[in-house]
Design a protein. Structure first.
Length: 283
């Protein structure tokens, strides 16, 4: 045999040995991989904590992979900084009585009313107004519908003329803040306080508030508010008062945003004057 033939034979033998060794290693490797997977499945089945950890890591990997391919996902919703409700049972007894009575009469959930009652008492103390008067105005104006809107543009719980009192909303987010219940309440109390100071009496201030200061008749608006104020004062003092459903008032019904049950409001013959009077007022 020539040298070339020996070299070819040796090369073929070496290649055959390498192929055989590679196949054995691969076979053994797959066998080891199968055993490892089997042990992993058994371990995950026996250890719930390991399974949960593995699932969490897999989800994180999939999310990271998705973000790498498609970009970041939407941010998760964060809880609001302020909850617009509270349990009336956590309020002082007087305030709790008022909140539950209003809830029953106006068919509003007691938790949102609990927050409004607490806010009315705090604002009343600072503005030197009876909190039950503030709540009475709210009841007659909107029946505690924070999205109420009248045909002339009075909005929210206290039915404030937003476009007239834009200056009062500037520091709290602008005109759309009129539909935030607490903000509307605070602005409405400020307007009511200024109306009473201007008129020199509560009844006169209510006439200014409804826009009937220059009219001979306010359509019974002030009387309705004062009657509700009296009932709320009695409830706050522990007197039992029937929570009869509210009667329709004489002011043109408000529109709502979105369309909800329309609240009743004061004098219909005063609504058009409310725009004219407040637009030229110094409130």
């Amino acid at each position: 045999m020539t040298a070339t033939g020996k070299w070819v034979t040796t090369t073929r033998a070496f290649a055959a040995h390498m192929t055989t060794g590679f196949l054995k290693i691969t076979h053994n490797g797959f066998a080891l991989l199968g055993l490892a997977l089997a042990f992993a499945v058994i371990a995950l089945a026996a250890r719930a904590d390991l399974r949960q950890t593995g699932e969490a890591q897999l989800i994180d990997w999939l999310q990271n992979r998705q973000e790498a391919l498609l970009g970041p996902m939407e941010e998760p919703l964060e809880p609001s900084d302020r909850t617009l409700a509270m349990n009336p049972q956590e309020l002082p007894r007087e305030q709790a009585r008022v909140a539950f009575w209003l809830s029953k009469k106006y068919r509003v959930a007691p938790e949102p009313l609990g927050l409004l009652v607490a806010e009315a008492y705090e604002l009343g103390t600072r503005a030197k107004l009876d909190p039950t008067l503030i709540l009475a105005v709210m009841a007659i104006e909107s029946r505690f519908n924070p999205f109420a809107q009248s045909p002339v543009g009075a909005q929210g719980l206290m039915q404030v003329m937003t476009r007239v009192h834009t200056d009062k909303y500037e520091s709290v987010g602008g005109a759309l803040a009129a539909f935030d219940p607490v903000t509307n309440l605070r602005v409405g109390v400020k307007v009511l306080q200024e109306c009473i100071a201007r008129a020199g009496s509560i009844e006169g201030g209510l006439r200014y508030y409804v826009g009937a200061a220059n009219l001979t008749d306010d359509g019974g608006y002030a009387a309705k508010v004062l009657a509700e104020h009296f009932r709320l004062s009695q409830v706050a003092g522990g007197r039992r008062m029937a929570a009869a459903p509210p009667t329709l008032s004489t002011r043109a019904p408000a529109m709502t945003i979105p369309a909800l049950a329309a609240p009743s409001q004061g004098a219909s013959n005063a609504t058009s004057d409310k725009v004219a009077m407040l637009s030229h007022s110094d409130l």
